[in-house]
Design a protein around this ligand. Structure first.
Ligand code: WTA
Length: 653
């Protein structure tokens, strides 16, 4: 395996971009995180995290041990007991901050709701009592499939209140994706909604939920939020409206103390095989990892208005809309809709109106805004912004500079944060009051984190070279495993390099030691910041009656980072046509969700394979990108690529 894109455009950009941005002295003077944190953590990283855990978390029982490390299985803060929701909600109320706003919610059609910490406490207690009434007990799994409405974080916190692990399934996923996840973890209750708003349209969820529940026998009940006010099918005895079962509950529901290593949630992520992996996060370490990084990386102050524009259905929303910010008592914004609904002004109106001080979003959004032109954000007063964050994929230097200049008025620090569903917490990022940044570089590992770039043999590469990104010691927010499959956990993350976690990303360390992320080196595509496995899309295509075989690659896309390019071989007797192309793309959207719909699809008579029958994706990528073909010596039948290339102009968009 070689690091792809190692000599790709990122490196050209790197050479072209030589400016550096030291922190503004005034910002540095009052920054939360200082350079001493690195020294403290380097001296003794366990002691560093132990101190953080004492200072940032409220314990029912203090832990007796910081770390038990039986590679690759970690246990943090054993002997300790706490409750995550108590840490995120109740303790702020007890400290006299019940009136502080936890979330300003904005629905896409424009309605708003404000939830204080006292409101959150009441609502999570009621929702938790509803779960108890439906028979959910500590340890039982609850699936959540909802739009971005306040009931979504409330549902998660209600689960954590009683120690019932949740699995949130992104509302854009299909019924099949939902039932697969429910069945993998055996969830007992599904919390959903009639639907939500997206780009001015109602998007129904309950019919998908119904379809999923039909093939998910573990589900005993569902709770349905009435978001749209639409008539939906309610199955008597199984489905309950949220307002019927939650609103009348007592608002007293004592948070259940759980062990530090009690499962907090599962979040499914695409792997290199078709079956999604249930990434398992536990309570204390995860909460500490998200709370510490949210405080340090975003420099959170009590009067900040913090907006993470991700969807809670992804890990960014779990860690940096719900758990990290709430543990820190932050005031956050929750927005239901799309950046361009009703117009491209929407985000900037929100920033102006709410005087947002910290914005955290994905490069794909930034590039989409760039394309619309700077007049749109410039028509708004964005001077409240003081920290800008980026996450989900490599941010190209042009987008980084545009973000800082146009959105940040040329002075606001940009923190490019690298992490993963698996890492739980931000791992590589500047600290805004400490680090001199370079546009496009995620800079350095955070205090307590040991990241390295290694060659194929696991040796650190010298400055100026590229290689594989690895993590060399455990960290509190790390995944504890893949649900139900310890072997797959070991194999996927810990087998490539002895004693190291391999993240699946390529990286380069420049002459000054800065880290530059170069994208995935495995068969996972990154579309608009979302990881989608080639295998899953291929399985979805082959699932269609007319398809014999399919291969899928990511093609560089100016907005979404990568776009899905599918090569399809039809079964004998099937006719290739534009109509069928559209049908197949829709089929993928149906099976996995619209996010996985291939942007390009090409019918091919055959696929380039090695003699052992492995599809040579590298060549398909070359074809998709319209590049010169790389080494073709291992190709079983060299004429195949010529035939494909002759046709490649016909790929439809
Ligand atoms: C990519 C999202 C470059 C990377 C939090 C990683 C990034 C995958 C960055 C994880 C970044 C995330 N720079 N690449 N700042 N942040 N990635 O699990 O390929 O949805 O492995 O977690 O996104 O995606 P995931």
């Amino acid at each position: 395996m070689s690091v792809e894109r190692g000599t790709g455009p990122e490196i050209e950009n790197l050479l072209a971009e030589r400016r550096t941005f030291p922190p503004d002295p005034a910002f540095a003077a009052r920054a939360n995180a200082t350079a001493e944190l690195y020294e403290e953590a380097e001296a003794d990283y366990e002691a560093f995290w132990a101190r953080q855990a004492r200072e940032r978390l409220s314990w029912f029982t203090e832990p007796t041990q910081t770390l038990e490390w039986d590679l690759p299985f970690a246990k943090w803060f054993t002997g300790g007991q706490l409750n995550v929701t108590y840490n995120c909600v109740d303790r702020h109320v007890e400290a006299g901050n019940g009136d502080r706003v936890a979330y300003h919610w904005i629905g896409e059609p424009g309605e708003t709701r404000t939830l204080t910490y006292a409101d959150l406490q009441r609502e999570t207690a009621k929702a938790a009592n509803a779960l108890l009434e439906l028979g959910v007990r500590t340890g039982d799994r609850v699936a959540i499939y909802m739009p971005m409405i306040p009931e979504l974080p409330i549902a998660m916190l209600a689960c954590a209140r009683i120690g019932a692990p949740h699995t949130v399934v992104f509302g854009g996923f299909s019924a099949e994706a939902l039932s697969g996840r429910i069945n993998d973890c055996g969830a007992k209750v599904l919390i959903t909604a009639d639907g939500g708003w997206r780009r001015g349209k109602k998007v129904g969820l309950k019919h998908h939920a119904d379809e999923a529940m039909a093939s998910a026998p573990s589900i005993e009940h569902s709770i349905v939020v009435n978001r749209l006010g639409d008539d939906v099918n309610m199955v008597h005895g199984r489905d309950r409206w949220w307002h019927d079962i939650v609103d009348g509950q007592s608002d007293d529901c004592p948070p259940v103390p759980v062990d530090s290593e009690h499962m907090l949630y599962l979040l499914y992520t695409s792997g290199t095989t078709a079956k999604p992996k249930g990434i398992l996060h536990t309570s204390a370490g995860y909460l500490l990892g998200t709370a510490f990084t949210h405080w340090a990386v975003f420099d959170l102050k009590p009067d900040d208005i913090y907006w993470c524009a991700a969807d809670i259905g992804w890990v960014t929303g779990h860690s940096y809309i719900v758990y990290g910010p709430l543990a820190n008592g932050a005031t956050g914004l929750l927005y239901e809709g799309a950046p361009d609904a009703p117009t491209w002004d929407r985000w900037w109106e929100i920033v102006e109106q709410h005087k947002v001080t910290i914005l955290y979003c994905a490069p794909t959004a930034i590039r989409a805004f760039m394309k619309q032109g700077e007049e749109i954000p410039k028509a708004h007063d964005l001077s409240s912004l003081r920290v800008l964050g980026s996450v989900g994929e490599p941010i190209n230097p042009e987008a980084w500079r545009w973000y800082r200049d146009v959105i940040g008025g040329g002075t606001t620090p940009v923190v490019d944060t690298w992490w993963q569903t698996e890492t739980g917490q931000i791992m590589i990022s500047p600290l805004p009051g400490v680090t001199t940044t370079k546009p496009g570089s995620a800079t350095f590992p955070l205090p307590g984190i040991d990241a390295d770039v290694v060659d194929g043999d696991g040796n650190s590469v010298p400055k100026g070279s590229g290689g594989y990104l690895v993590l060399k010691r455990p960290w509190p927010g790390m995944l504890r495993g893949i649900y139900g499959d310890p072997e797959r956990y070991r194999e996927t993350y810990w087998s490539r390099f002895e004693g190291m976690y391999f993240a699946g990303d390529g990286a380069k360390r420049d002459e000054d030691g800065y880290l530059w992320l170069l994208g995935r080196v495995d068969d996972v595509m990154n579309v608009a910041g979302h990881r989608i496995s080639t295998t899953e899309v291929e399985s979805a295509l082959v699932d269609h009656q007319s398809v014999a075989e399919a291969a899928v690659v990511g093609k560089t896309d100016p907005i979404s980072g990568q776009a899905i390019f599918a090569f399809v071989i039809l079964k004998a007797g099937q006719e290739a046509s534009d109509h069928l192309g559209v049908q197949l793309r829709e089929h993928v959207a149906y099976v996995i969700g619209p996010i996985a719909r291939p942007k390009f699809l090409m019918f091919v008579p055959d696929l380039p394979k090695t003699r052992s029958g492995k599809i040579m994706r590298r060549l398909l990528r070359d074809i998709a990108e319209g590049r010169q073909l790389g080494d073709v010596t291992t190709l079983a039948d060299a004429t195949v690529v010529d035939t494909i290339r002759e046709n490649s102009g016909k790929a439809e968009d």
